[in-house]
Design a protein around this ligand. Structure first.
Ligand code: NAD
Ligand code: SSN
Length: 492
């Protein structure tokens, strides 16, 4: 890979404004998922390194919180502009470590632009006083040092969607990216540094072997006041438990098991297109990817036939190839999980309309060493199949026929998750009845556009808590402080 600006590819962690190695000198290898080969190393840090990062963030906070909102706005906007200027390099780094292409770079930086603007709108309140001799003000202040733990499926956007609001309101951050995708985080740091974000305000620690201890420190260090995590529900529950001892503020954006519901009156073309768009983004490794596809009996056969035809035209390969629609999965473990879901569904009676495993055998990806899984289409999904209860995180589409609105709402809600849901129908009353009845934080109606800078992203039930993006996105990074002012009685 040839970058225009080679200094964006950093192999050290970033603490207190400087590039550092692990105190132990340990490193971890990062792998290109489309070849399975190492692309470089970063420090494999431990608790001692994290303590340094948290202390640096504490010092950085003291500087950053005293900047005016205009100063924070200007610096964040400069960071955003640098992300535009270096789009190609940032995309190349991400494709190398994650397999996907430029879209996420644009998505990621949109949050920095959005929260740069929000920085100037952290309003308080003046409460109409019910008392003669008191006045009441509410001001919103930064919570302090924030720990940010992000996954590999969005190496850039999960950082900017958390660090954006944190920095906008005056917090400082310690970021721990996933061990699979640290280079994107480090490249963002290099640009943050160039934008003039003061030292200590953004810190990145990289780790793999010590993730449990590092995660524990990031949740329990007394200096840290807030923890934001995106990843699996299992780890999210652990984070919440660890944060409880220090009463930290917590935001959790966890797993999903999104239902995709297509009623008989839907526009089949639009629904098929929406399904493929939502399901194949990031090769299916997205928390809002449809996992259970419910199609009403009247259009079931036409829908699945059209879906199969469209899926045959998909192109699988490296994200560096512009014609590719579906890149590799992140790891062999991820591929095994998708395979397990196929085998389990088939054992429970699912019919295979398109067999990705056979396609892989015939393809050039077979010998690539990469973690490719060719899109697979199943019908007759059983309600007890693993796909019905666990998120697959891969390009596996499994359809189940349904009869009535009541039946499908009950099926859709039969999960502990509640992140996203999709409904395709042209009946206005049904739009409201169904979207109000679905137990999820977000519902797409004839649309798959859920997460953009302006909209609140987040779940209910075991999909987490808090909202990212939008005007609500700063709420988790501020405390509301009451200032009660006593007045002397009026002189007459
Ligand atoms: N909601 C999402 O966007 C999302 C992201 C990644 C994975 N997942 C789900 O999780 C499944 C497993 O993937 P995974 O193993 O990469 O998920 P994971 O939850 O283990 O990893 C996500 C992040 O959490 C970190 N992490 C892991 N253990 C930790 C700990 N004890 N303390 C602090 N941080 C810790 C990882 O380093 C990574 O950065 C996927 O198949 C998918 O279903 C969801
Ligand atoms: O997978 C988690 C985030 C998904 C998104 O922002 O669209």
């Amino acid at each position: 890979m040839q970058l225009k600006d080679a200094s964006l590819f950093r192999s050290s962690a970033f603490i207190d404004g400087g590039w550092v190695d692990a105190k132990s000198n340990e490193t971890l290898h990062v792998v290109d998922p489309s070849t399975g080969k190492s692309i470089g190393t970063v420090p494999d840090m431990d608790v001692d390194d994290v303590k340094d990062a948290v202390e640096a963030a504490h010092r950085g906070y003291d500087v950053w919180k005293t900047k005016t909102c205009q100063e924070r706005h200007d610096i964040l906007l400069k960071w955003y502009r640098l992300m535009i200027e270096h789009e190609e390099d940032l995309a190349a780094i991400m494709t190398l470590e994650n397999g996907k292409a430029v879209d996420e770079i644009r998505y990621g930086r949109s949050f920095i632009q959005w929260f740069a603007e929000e920085a100037r709108r952290i309003y308080g309140d003046v409460i109409p006083s019910p008392l003669h001799n008191n006045r009441f003000l509410v001001v919103r202040q930064p919570v302090g040092v924030c720990s940010i733990l992000t996954p590999w499926n969005f190496p850039s956007a999960m950082i900017t969607r958390k660090a954006g609001p944190a920095l906008a309101v005056g917090c400082s951050v310690v970021i721990k990216p996933a061990a699979e995708t640290p280079f994107s985080a480090l490249a963002l740091c290099e640009l943050a540094n160039r934008a003039g974000i003061p030292k200590g305000v953004i810190n990145v620690v990289t780790t793999d072997k010590h993730v449990k201890e590092v995660g524990y420190e990031m949740c329990t260090n007394p200096i840290v006041r807030k923890v934001s995590f995106t990843g699996s529900t299992a780890v999210g529950k652990l984070i919440m438990k660890q944060c409880a001892s220090g009463m930290k503020k917590v935001s959790l954006e966890l797993g999903g098991n999104a239902p995709f519901i297509v009623f008989d009156d839907a526009d089949v073309d639009t629904a098929v297109q929406g399904l493929l768009g939502a399901k194949l983004k990031g090769s299916g490794q997205v928390c809002i990817a449809p996992n259970r596809i419910y199609v009403q009996e009247g259009i079931h056969d036409a829908f699945t036939a059209q879906l199969a035809e469209r899926m045959k035209k998909l192109r699988i390969g490296s994200g560096f190839d512009e014609k590719v629609t579906t890149g590799p999965l992140i790891s062999e473990r991820a591929r095994e999980k998708v395979n397990k879901h196929v085998e389990d569904a088939v054992a429970r009676g699912a019919r295979v309309l398109l067999d990705g495993r056979k396609e892989l055998e015939k393809s050039e990806q077979k010998e690539s060493g990469g973690y490719f899984f060719h899109p697979t289409l199943l019908t007759d999904l059983h309600d007890e199949a693993l796909i019905s209860s666990e998120e697959t995180f891969g390009p596996l589409l499994a359809v189940r026929k349904f009869t009535s609105e009541q039946e499908v709402v009950e099926l859709a809600n039969r999960t502990e998750y509640g992140l996203a849901a999709y409904v395709y129908t042209r009946d206005v009353s049904r739009v409201f009845h169904v979207s109000e009845a679905l137990e999820s934080g977000m519902v797409g109606v004839n649309s798959i556009t859920l997460g953009i800078d302006a909209t609140p992203f987040g779940g209910v039930k075991e999909s987490g808590m808090g909202r990212e993006g939008s005007k609500y996105g700063v709420e988790d990074y501020v405390n509301k402080k009451l200032i009660s002012i006593g007045l002397q009685p009026k002189q007459v």
